[in-house]
Design a protein around this ligand. Structure first.
Ligand SMILES: [Zn+2]
Length: 307
């Protein structure tokens, strides 16, 4: 499998969740082995920032990256979309301090990247493959990763709310599955929480157009839900973004219970701090694909023999 970038530069403008103001974001193609790079403007000129787990400074409403005096908030849906559409190399220029919230989902971002077009490059794609199981647990919430070819996420949430309750979803990552099953799932919040945040000058851009809002008993959005289990699907979207703060995409099977931005980041920090022990960089070249195909073929033949 080859590395990919976008075919042409594209941009969009939207409202920031925190500030409530209009922010412009531009995507540009980038050379092989560049990775995902944010270009940010600040008092001392322009800087380029590569998202890293250790830069995550705030996870209360969304995930914020901070590097010296530069910061960029609400990066998780954007990073999830870039990684999930298999874009390896891209520059994101942000004219503000946060990524616009749009409709609270990743669907507009996926649409925009498709508009730009996704282009193969000459060099092989690199991924992190997990060498052995790694588990992180806090207050009964956990993330467990096991070695696996490709990315699989088995996510369970359990909310004491009549519209949410216990939801579980198994996501086997591919661009098509992302666009169909995950990208459209919106962020959600509770009315009391939203009122509290607003009175503290936060979530000024939050509304029924940018999130699912629930009171004690019901979903307040007139249009209802996009999927009956939209909540757990959105948690998977957040998780995809929160694990994208690494040099390469991680291939593993994750089993996640009741996690959120904070625990996702603690998990990533712990994993990347022990990268030598748990991760290896693998180039996805054609030879490896052949080996997998052979293995699959062998398993298939084995199944036939055992009938
Ligand atoms: Zn989210």
């Amino acid at each position: 499998m080859k590395q990919k970038t976008i075919k042409k530069a594209v941009h969009y403008t939207g409202i920031g969740l925190h500030s409530g103001s209009q922010i412009k974001v531009e995507f540009s193609p980038a050379k092989e082995n560049t990775g995902i790079v944010f270009s940010l403007h600040g008092e001392h000129g322009n800087v380029f920032i590569k998202p890293d787990a250790a830069m995550v400074s705030d996870t209360m409403l969304a995930t914020t990256l901070e590097c010296d005096e530069y910061s960029i908030a609400t990066v998780e849906h954007l990073l999830a979309t870039i990684r999930s559409l298999d874009v390896d190399n891209i520059t994101i220029t942000v004219h503000g301090k946060e990524i616009p919230i749009m409709d609270g989902s990743a669907a507009p971002l996926a649409y925009l990247l498709r508009e730009a077009g996704i282009q193969k490059q000459a060099k092989n794609k690199k991924v992190y493959r997990l060498k052995k199981a790694f588990r992180f647990e806090l207050d009964g919430k956990y993330i467990e990763a096991k070695p696996n070819d490709g990315l699989v996420i088995d996510y369970t949430i359990d909310f004491a709310h009549p519209c949410i309750g216990k939801q579980q979803y198994l996501y086997e990552a591919s661009p098509a599955a992302f666009e169909k099953d995950i990208a459209k799932a919106r962020t959600f919040g509770f009315l009391e929480q939203v009122e509290h945040l607003r009175s503290n000058g936060l979530a000024l851009g939050g509304s029924l157009e940018t999130a699912i809002v629930l009171d004690k008993f019901a979903v307040l959005n007139a249009e209802g839900l996009r999927y009956k289990d939209e909540f757990v699907r959105h948690k998977i979207l957040d998780f995809l973004g929160d694990i994208a703060v690494s040099a390469y995409p991680i291939h593993a099977k994750f089993t996640v219970f009741a996690s959120g931005h904070h625990i996702n980041n603690l998990f990533m920090r712990a994993l990347l701090e022990n990268a030598d022990e748990y991760l290896e960089v693998v180039e996805l070249n054609d030879e490896r694909i052949n080996v997998n195909a052979k293995k699959q073929q062998k398993n298939f033949a084995g199944n036939l023999a055992s009938i």
